[in-house]
Ligand binder design. Structure first.
Ligand code: G
Ligand code: G
Ligand code: MN
Ligand code: NA
Length: 243
């Protein structure tokens, strides 16, 4: 119980910060970023999400965290970038119904191409979700199905829900240089996305060869260590300005 209060206080004090992993186009130019949560310790250590997200989710503090990340972005230097950047956040189904997240999204949507990413471990439930997505869509926001191809993100969601982006999970990209089977999987995902008029973002691009192969299949947006690792907003601004 005490730990829950303590984590809540940490979130309120912005101990968990928005890190940004750039999203790039074919030329390698930055067109946006995915916001990834990082816990910054007193000693300045940067803790990755798997250390704290499961606890935060188990205590139903995910919406509070997401709202905090959105608010921190809204108060950051990112707001002065003149270009219309794509900015994506990881949400859970519950976040979709949280009014404070809705309000924070309304603040960000005029400035960015705001993309809300979902990876569903529990199946998306019902008509309420569809209606809610529709409301976000009407306000100029977009949806991405994250980690596509893994157990958590099935094709079923593509037929039943109105997604705009599909993010191919990095486990497929990891294999394309060596495993012909994964080549077929990625190619078929790209074709499927084109037919459904979804934009594809390829995650986890780590090599030049992977990027070339993905280029050939018509992928136009990338994320991965080959381009950039997740970084603080300050570092992102430095890199962005120097381009
Ligand atoms: O950032 P990587 O650097 O380690 O992220 C690991 C996992 O944590 C990813 O699957 C990502 O979706 C999840 N994650 C990162 N930031 C957030 C966040 O703000 N909210 C939620 N719900 N998940 C996040
Ligand atoms: O939300 P999602 O699960 O897609 O979060 C993206 C995760 O992938 C984050 O943990 C991020 O740090 C990680 N990531 C991004 N690019 C790469 C990459 O090129 N290689 C690896 N191994 N991980 C990556
Ligand atoms: Mn994601
Ligand atoms: Na992913």
């Amino acid at each position: 119980y005490c730990k829950k209060i303590w984590v809540r206080v940490c979130i309120k004090r912005n101990i968990i910060r928005p890190y940004l992993q750039p999203i790039v186009n074919n030329e390698g130019n930055i067109i946006g970023a995915e916001v990834l949560a990082r816990w910054i310790t007193k000693k300045g250590q940067v803790l990755p999400p798997h250390v704290f997200i499961p606890y935060i989710e188990s205590k139903h503090l995910t919406s509070l965290l997401t709202c905090s990340l959105m608010t921190q972005v809204y108060q950051s230097q990112l707001m002065v970038v003149s270009k219309h950047l794509k900015l994506s956040f990881n949400l859970t189904e519950r976040c979709l119904f949280d009014e404070s997240i809705y309000k924070a999204s309304l603040l960000l949507a005029p400035k960015f191409e705001l993309v809300l990413e979902f990876t569903e471990s529990a199946p998306f439930s019902n008509a309420h979700v569809k209606a809610r997505m529709e409301k976000f869509h009407q306000n100029g926001m977009f949806f991405a199905l994250d980690d596509y191809g893994t157990g958590y993100s099935a094709p079923y969601y593509l037929t039943d829900y109105d997604f705009d982006y599909l993010k191919i999970d990095r486990c497929f990209i990891e294999q394309i240089e060596h495993n012909p089977k994964s080549i077929h999987v990625v190619e078929s995902v790209v074709r499927l996305a084109q037919k459904l008029q979804l934009s594809v973002i390829s995650e986890g691009v780590e090599t030049e060869k992977q990027k070339q192969m993905l280029d050939q299949w018509g992928i136009k947006q990338y994320q991965g260590y080959y381009f950039y690792k997740p970084m603080s907003v300050e570092s992102f601004m430095d890199i962005y300005r120097s381009h």
